[in-house]
Ligand binder design. Structure first.
Ligand code: ZN
Ligand code: ZN
Length: 331
């Protein structure tokens, strides 16, 4: 697996200093890169994307699944696909999809400042939702009054998703109580989330029972990241995935199934996600030429999850990375 790009190196004229920051400078590059530091010394901040999970909605282990893979995961759980865009020195954080694993995933968000904010019931500057399938919004329930009871927080999503949340319990209670402040994102229109951070929503074709589906492109000062955990098929999209990936620095992409063999040999038209083998064919050049292409949203049946499997080796040899909770990408 390729390493995430290193975090920005701290300089000496930043905001209030702590001993840890001093150590980051005096201790040299390796230590500095390992610390959650994002001040660039010129008054701007650098945002960091933190992978909070990488599994399809059903999780790993999955209920009623007793394969070796799921049994191993019972003592080493992987979390459902999700992302956080954070600025660790201030603790500001945007959550991208709220999964059923949210409680443990919040522990992966770096910085004491984040914990202080969470303890004050305002963990997130905003929550962005891709769509209304269980892995992507059920975690909102853990922010309601039976649990954290968050203070008013902007929730960015499509118009249809906002309507779904506002008109169906228990989500509507979060809206009525003023905990979620629904903000509709217009497709393809960049929106500033914070200084040095903007997001653009891309509509993608997907099983749209309750809502339509977005992917997101985040742009920081230095790099851009595409987050696209669910799509039916690359060739069902009205845009070319190679061009979309070419236009960003980092892409985290729907990799639910590895091959058709995994889903009983059904034809690709019958499988509601792109196959990793298809993604490798389309994006192999991008991955080999230095683009960071990361596989995420892996189903519990996907052999890429197994360390040492030939499928995982093939993916890594082709220059792709596999998402795992805790990975960081500087934006
Ligand atoms: Zn999903
Ligand atoms: Zn979905």
């Amino acid at each position: 697996m390729r390493d995430p790009r290193p975090l920005a190196t701290p300089s000496t004229d930043g905001p209030p200093w702590t001993r840890r920051h001093f150590l980051a400078v005096s201790g040299g590059g390796a230590l500095a890169a390992a610390l959650p530091w994002s001040w660039n010394g010129r008054g701007a901040v650098d945002w960091t994307a933190v992978v909070l999970g990488s599994i399809q909605d059903g999780g790993l282990p999955q209920a009623g699944c007793y394969t070796d893979r799921c049994e191993r995961a019972r003592s080493d759980p992987h979390y459902v696909a999700s992302l956080c865009i954070t600025e660790p020195s201030s603790g500001r954080a945007f959550l991208v999809d709220a999964t059923p694993d949210l409680v443990r995933q919040m522990d992966l968000i770096p910085g004491d400042s984040f914990r202080e904010r969470a303890a004050r019931r305002r963990p997130f500057e905003g929550i962005l939702l891709t769509h209304a399938h269980i892995g992507h919004y059920l975690g909102l329930a853990l922010l309601g009054r039976e649990a954290l009871a968050i203070d008013r927080t902007p929730c960015y999503c499509s118009a249809r998703m906002a309507d779904f949340l506002a008109t169906n319990g228990p989500w509507s209670l979060l809206v009525e109580e003023g905990r979620l402040d629904l903000k509709v994102l217009m497709p393809d229109r960049p929106m500033r989330l914070a200084p040095d951070l903007e997001v653009t929503a891309l509509p993608v074709p997907h099983r749209d029972e309750y809502s339509d589906t977005f992917g997101f492109v985040f742009r920081g000062r230095s790099r851009s990241l595409l987050y696209l955990p669910d799509i039916d098929r690359w060739d069902a999209w009205d845009r070319d995935i190679e061009s979309v990936v070419d236009a960003v620095d980092i892409a985290l992409l729907d990799s639910t199934f590895y091959s058709a063999a995994e889903v009983g040999g059904r034809s690709q038209e019958q499988i509601p996600h792109p196959l990793v083998t298809d993604t490798m064919r389309r994006l192999g050049h991008a991955a080999r030429s230095g683009r960071t292409v990361v596989l995420t949203h892996l189903n519990n049946s996907n052999p890429v999850l197994d360390e040492g499997s030939p499928e995982r080796a093939a993916v890594l040899d082709a220059g792709f990375a596999v998402a795992r909770a805790g990975q960081r990408y500087a934006l």
